[in-house]
Write a new protein. Sequence first.
Length: 509
Amino acid sequence: MLTRRRFLATAAGALAAAHLDARGQSKVRVALSIAKEATGPRMAVDFVGLSYEVQQLTDPTFFSAQNNGLIREFKTLSSTGVLRLGGNTSEFAYWKPTHDSPEPEHPHVREVAGEPKAQYYAVTVEAVRNLAEFLEATGWTCVYGIGMGTNTPARAAEEAVFVAETLGNRLQYFQIGNEADLFDRHLRDPKIWSAKRYLEEWLTLARAIAVRVPTAKLGMPDVARDVSWLKEIADEWPSIQAPPQVSTLSHHYYFGGPATNPEVNIPNLLKPATMQSVRNTANIATAAARKIGARVRMTEGNTCYRGGKPGVSDVFAAALWAADYSLLLASNGYSGVNLHGGTGKSVANSVGGSLPGDALLKSHGETPEQIAAHPHPFYTPIATFGSDYRLEPVAYGLKFAGSFSGGVLLKTGLATKLQAAGVNATAYAAKLPGGQTSVIILNKDAVDIEIELDFGRGVSGTVETETLHAPAIDSREAHITTSTKTDSLKQGKCSVIVPPATGLRLTLT
């Protein structure tokens, strides 16, 4: 029987073998020059974000000013983050403006594996008011999802009015619909469903909202994976008369899935080809957003869809992935990243009622008590254990990348130079709001990387270091540690060693 220990050891060993066998060396030396001019995009101050199912609102005490533990972890992650509410369950929500409001009639939907069952639930006045207080307590803003799959224009507009009035300046924009490119699976006729048909329906809901909330900003299309929809919509946009105010084009991203897929493993998650695919998607999305004068944001994503994979989504490898993924999108001009999570119940409901990762662990011989010790869902950035909340490794990666928030990225080609040296590593640099130059190096390889950083002849200053680390790449923990020691540049240069499976941030002050 494959135990958890052997399961994780096999994944970690495969990662090490993939690189050490190719070179047979324990250290690689690389020289990197850091550009002086900040010519890249500015990383938004609210770049860091989390995504939750709308169904989370059925517990009004969750997003509330009284939930001190969750507020603490949100503030630890970021002081200026963005909470996105949406997910598959948003298509089965309905607005309940008063205690006596009846449940509306619902259209017939098909039940398919991986999608929510047709169980409807109410979003109440109490939940939205508590959400407003929660946002005030954390300092975060909100992307608020309004369902499209089973909604009506009148109900959508009525909900939008109350949400806009209640959240005030904490509301970034309304996202109408979730993963509409998958509606043909269970919510629409697959024979006729298309991006064009979606846009027609979206405009009906958006215009109903705009009549009641003239200042409303909107997001679209929040596709699951078909980013060609963004291009189709951008091409169609000039022909739309008096279009609603779209602030953001959005899409989702999951590396792979479900948990039972053997291709979802640490080596594949961290290999350079994975990030090249991400860059290809980002290029399509940013071009479409530019065409209609909007921003672009990844509003829901993580390592493995349908709740994550134990041994991949809940270990330190996910931290390295999250940091690299976030910084890559920032360098492509994205306004932010929202990693999906929440409680195990809400995410399980969003994918049909259960998490494939639980079945995987059971098949590997874990007891119910051992399974319960994992975060649920496995990929959640903030885990819920009873009344306790805890940042998971993937959140530490997002937080590490978020240290560049508000800065202007430098176009340096650092990642290209590292990969040309034969190592699986990436690097990014930014000019921070305070004027300091900061460099993040992510070593996803199994060897030490000795790096000489050249800030330029005549440049002087002190270098402070911060490390993203864990005991091993498959550890169920992560840490960000600031060094108590500083180094001074010598002729504009400094040398550092980045250990295997480690992130290092150096800031020149």
